[in-house]
Write a protein that binds this ligand. Structure first.
Ligand code: ADP
Ligand code: MG
Ligand code: MG
Length: 935
């Protein structure tokens, strides 16, 4: 510990504080200094630094350090000198405001004390000086109230109650209807409140008032409200530590009709429109605008009310934006036709406004293109890419789940995927509601507007699939109890049936009953231009994960530079293919299997051709079959149940036939013919064959049972045990490529093998590929270029990257599986059982399935890039795990020199912006990552 120098500076005049040092002076204080120094009319004052705050909180001493008090007194003397007034001087008093402000704005954390310096001796002076008794008493009661609340910790309602009682007694609703006498009465009551609550009279000594206020502001930094806020918004000590205190001369917007107060934006924060925006009130004090006591007027009306002031305000607004080169959000007060600026800060705005202002400020030359890109948080773009609920709607949500995939949708409830498909075919919009979803529900996703599950986390099956399709999804809405068997859902006391309408908002996880209008997204020209600037800067390419023409088209519109991951199994799940896939699985021998595969091949070929064409000439990376094949079959339990039902149905059918026979004994032939036939001929055989099929499936399901399927018979292991499956897929890919080429499309197919852990596996598949390739070239009489590569998702593959790069021309990091195996966490279990607790207690800072774990998983990736490129400097390396669309992960991927990231279509624009930002901030990031990795 160093001994504290006697002469530490704790207090800075606005005239010489460093406007760039927000950490020391707080955001508000730094900007007050900066504005003062560039000649903007700011009421004079000084800042007590955040360091002074920490110092005070550290000493555990109830008193402010004497050196701080000395410095404050020195500053007050300076203010007295500059204004020719005296602090506590009844003849010509100086009144102050005491305002808090830390490095980051923490809205509503701390109240401001106004009119400090009033007491029973200065008040008559104020009345005399202003000749306005009502104003003076109002100022006094405000001071007692704010001081009582902030510095003495008296609850709001102790003041509000008697205040409202007087308004009621007088029959007035507006504060403006109260007279000087009322305010005098209120002030007296407030003084009594203070005495009653604290056991002491209201402090008369103005220096004591000031010291108590400073201490209260300092103390608020460790108040519960502030601590909770910092936790909620992840504000760490290196972002903001301690609060500054700003002490400033009061100016009054409530001394008459040549006074006003207002707040403004240099541009419209809702649309980005380049016009001054804001509201003001004539003859009012600052908080009145926000408090909603009176309805403020839009700023353009100021040009009628006070033309000169309007002109000055316009000049101020322009000056601020020119200086800060950013949209500013400012506060001002007009006192007797003099305009004062009380605060400025960077304006918060919605995504539309942010994009538009970025583009326009760059085009105006106010900021560089780089700055235009950097000032947008990529995640915000999400708002622009999905439909959202009509902001005018006042409906209250009935349940809440995890916001798993953004966007809003309304529709009729269905409880299973088949019903969803039927409804869609009838042109009905539906929301698929389930406890959780499985791969076999995939057709239900296609048919639905959105998906709602009562279980599962943000990376549950439902969430992942919905995100990849860009459909809204809420997962784990525990307030909803889904009973699929009975086809109902319960929300509190309400029972929902199929066909009832609900609305979900996947951006915040809210579920509503009935329909709420949605507002369609638009991929504006402004955003397109901005992203084209981004592409010029980025080194990373942005590919998409897309398995369908729909998704690929959307991704292409969003500027995807190719498909980084096409999961072929997604193509197996639709209704017209699944029976063939099941035949393939049930095949008793290779001949039977080949027969099924021969039927599947043209279908897959057709799918691939669609993708090649839409992406031409960009690359399309197709992953060979990955999941364990039992995922295409129903569960054992379901099959048993169905067989049971079918057996009973068979008995019924037999019974019906027996009935017919009996009839023949009772009636003559001609009459029998005209009798109704509940079941047609062949019914029994039909049921029998259904039972046989289901029994065959059941046997297979039992045979395929695995204790741990994700670590079992899947990926390349499947391809090696059933080479004919991979052979069929490779043939379909290369045939599609050949046919597209013949049709004049430039194609760039890439074949990718999943789950590889040793080079021998890769060589095995490569051999199949080479044979098929030779076949196809001969058959189509053409040369056909393609790339062969490997998913790198098994830990061993990372360790063997050098060797694998001898065979693979590209790597694609599968960080979903890799994260599971690196942590030895099964994703679903982790997210449902212990991850939330880990995050809460800071054992893990983020969910590694959402945010790439840079320290562990990231290190493996870095090694694989290094070793792979040592073997093959040309090696193309990308990431296709879910994290690939996350801006933080993208920065890391850029840092370790990946070639591309691949993400779902709706994340493509976000990733394009993030990739440019990664390039623009690469040096900073390298520094940051080094300290991060060593911590
Ligand atoms: P917040 O951080 O909550 O915005 P401020 O410190 O900006 O708090 O104070 C709230 C309001 O109090 C301001 O908007 C302004 O209207 C009023 N105010 C603060 N300081 C002064 C002052 N020196 N003169 C007049 N009004 C002031
Ligand atoms: Mg403010
Ligand atoms: Mg995988």
């Amino acid at each position: 510990m160093t001994t504290k120098a006697k002469t530490s500076t704790f207090v800075y005049s606005f005239k010489d504080g460093d406007g760039k040092n927000k950490k020391l002076l707080g955001g508000k204080g730094a900007n007050l200094c900066e504005m003062t120094q560039i000649g903007i009319n700011v009421p004079p004052g000084f800042v007590i630094s955040t360091e002074a705050c920490l110092n005070y909180l550290d000493t555990k001493n109830q008193d402010l350090p004497p050196e701080l008090i000395d410095q404050v007194h020195e500053q007050i003397r300076q203010l007295e000198h500059d204004t020719n007034k005296g602090f506590g001087d009844p003849e010509n008093m100086l009144l102050l405001s005491v305002r808090s402000g830390s490095a980051l704005s923490m809205p509503g954390m701390m109240d401001t004390i106004l009119n400090l310096g009033l007491n029973s001796t200065t008040l008559p002076g104020l009345i005399k000086q202003t000749g306005n008794e009502r104003f003076a008493w109002d100022a006094y009661r405000r001071f007692i109230q704010l001081f009582g609340k902030v510095a003495l910790g008296i609850a709001d309602e102790k003041f509000d109650k008697p205040f409202d009682a007087i308004k009621k007694r007088e029959g007035v609703t507006e504060d403006t209807d109260l007279t000087a006498d009322h305010y005098r009465e209120i002030s007296d009551i407030f003084l009594d409140v203070v005495h009653g609550e604290t056991g002491k009279p209201f402090p008369e000594d103005v220096y004591q008032q000031l010291e108590l206020s400073i201490k209260a502001v300092f103390g608020s930094w460790l108040g519960k409200r502030a601590i909770d806020y910092r936790r909620e918004f992840k504000i760490t000590a290196d972002m903001a530590n301690g609060t500054a205190v700003n002490v400033q001369i009061m100016v009054f917007g409530n001394m008459g009709n040549d006074c006003a107060t207002g707040v403004g934006f240099t541009r419209n924060p809702a649309t980005g429109d380049n016009v001054m925006f804001g509201e003001y009130l004539i003859n009012a004090q600052g908080e009145d605008v926000v408090a909603g006591i009176r309805t403020p007027k839009p700023v353009h009306e100021l040009s009628h009310d006070m033309p000169q002031m309007h002109a000055e305000l316009t000049a101020l607004s322009n000056r601020l934006e020119e200086h800060y080169r950013e949209v500013q959000d400012y506060e001002y007060t007009i006192e007797n036709n003099v305009l004062y600026c009380l605060q400025t800060r960077d304006g918060k705005m919605n995504a539309t406004a942010r994009v538009r202002t970025s583009l326009e400020m760059a085009n105006e030359g106010l900021i560089t293109r780089n700055r235009a890109l950097l000032r947008i948080n990529p995640v915000e773009l999400d708002q622009l890419l999905h439909p959202c609920l009509d902001p005018e709607s006042k409906k209250m949500p009935v349940a809440h789940g995890l916001p798993a995939s953004p966007g809003a949708a309304s529709g009729k409830i269905v409880f299973d995927a088949d019903r969803a498909e039927m409804a869609r075919d009838e042109g009905v919009k539906v929301i698929l509601v389930r406890e959780e979803t499985k791969p076999e529900d995939i057709h239900g996703f296609f048919a639905s507007e959105g998906v709602l599950t009562s279980r599962g986390g943000k990376t549950s099956h439902a969430a992942v699939v919905a995100r990849s399709m860009g459909k809204p999804c809420i997962a784990g809405a525990e307030g909803i109890e889904v009973d699929v068997e009975k086809q109902i859902a319960r929300v509190g006391n309400t029972v929902l049936h199929e066909g009832d309408v609900i609305t979900i908002d996947g951006a915040n996880g809210n579920v509503y009953l009935d329909e709420i209008d949605t507002v369609a997204p638009k991929f504006s020209n402004e955003l397109q231009t901005l992203l084209s600037w981004a592409d010029e800067i980025s080194e990373l390419k942005i590919m998409c994960n897309a398995d369908t023409l729909d998704a690929a088209t959307k991704a292409s519109d969003f500027g995807a530079m190719g498909i980084g991951l096409c999961r072929t199994e997604r193509m197996f799940n639709s209704q017209d293919r699944l029976p063939l896939v099941i035949d393939m699985i049930l095949a008793k021998d290779i001949n039977e299997r080949q027969e099924a595969l021969d039927k599947l091949r043209p279908i897959q070929r057709g799918d691939f051709k669609d993708l090649f064409k839409i992406m031409s000439p960009r690359p399309v990376t197709i992953r060979l079959l990955d999941p364990p094949i039992h995922e295409f079959l129903p569960s054992e339990k379901q099959l048993e149940q169905e067989i049971d039902h079918l057996t009973r149905l068979r008995d019924t059918v037999c019974g019906v036939n027996d009935l017919m026979n009996s009839m023949q004994l009772l009636k003559r032939k001609a009459d029998v013919k005209s009798m109704p036939k509940p079941f047609g001929p062949g019914g029994r055989e039909l049921v029998e064959s259904a039972i046989a099929k289901k029994q065959q499936m059941l046997i297979k399901v039992r045979e395929l049972f695995e204790v741990n399927p994700m670590l079992g018979h899947r990926g390349v292991r499947l391809g090696i045990t059933y080479p004919e499956i991979y052979e069929m897929q490779v043939r379909a890919i290369l045939e599609a490529a050949a046919e597209c080429s013949k049709e004049g499309f430039d194609v760039c197919p890439e074949i990718m093998v999943p789950q590889v852990c040793t080079s021998k596996e890769l060589l095995w598949v490569r051999k199949i590929v080479d044979q098929v390739h030779a076949d196809i070239e001969a058959k189509y009489e053409m040369k056909l270029a393609f790339k062969f590569g490997s998913m790198i998702e098994v830990v061993r593959a990372y360790m063997r990257a050098g060797r694998l790069a001898e065979i693979a021309e590209f790597f694609s990091f599968g960080t979903n599986d890799l994260t599971q195996s690196t942590f030895s966490f099964s994703r679903e279990d982790a997210e449902n059982k212990f991850l939330p607790l880990y995050e809460e207690n800071n054992i893990l800072q983020d969910n590694p399935f959402e945010t790439l774990d840079v320290k562990g998983v990231g290190s493996l990736m870095e090694i694989a890039v290094d070793w792979g490129r040592k073997t093959n400097p040309e090696l193309k390396v990308g990431i296709c795990g879910e994290q690939g669309g996350h801006p933080e992960s993208i920065r890391f991927c850029h840092h370790i020199g990946l070639t591309y990231v691949s993400c779902s279509a709706p994340r493509v624009p976000i990733a394009r912006l993030a990739a440019a930002q990664a390039k623009l901030t690469e040096e900073e990031y390298s520094q940051k990552i080094m300290t991060h990795l060593s911590s």
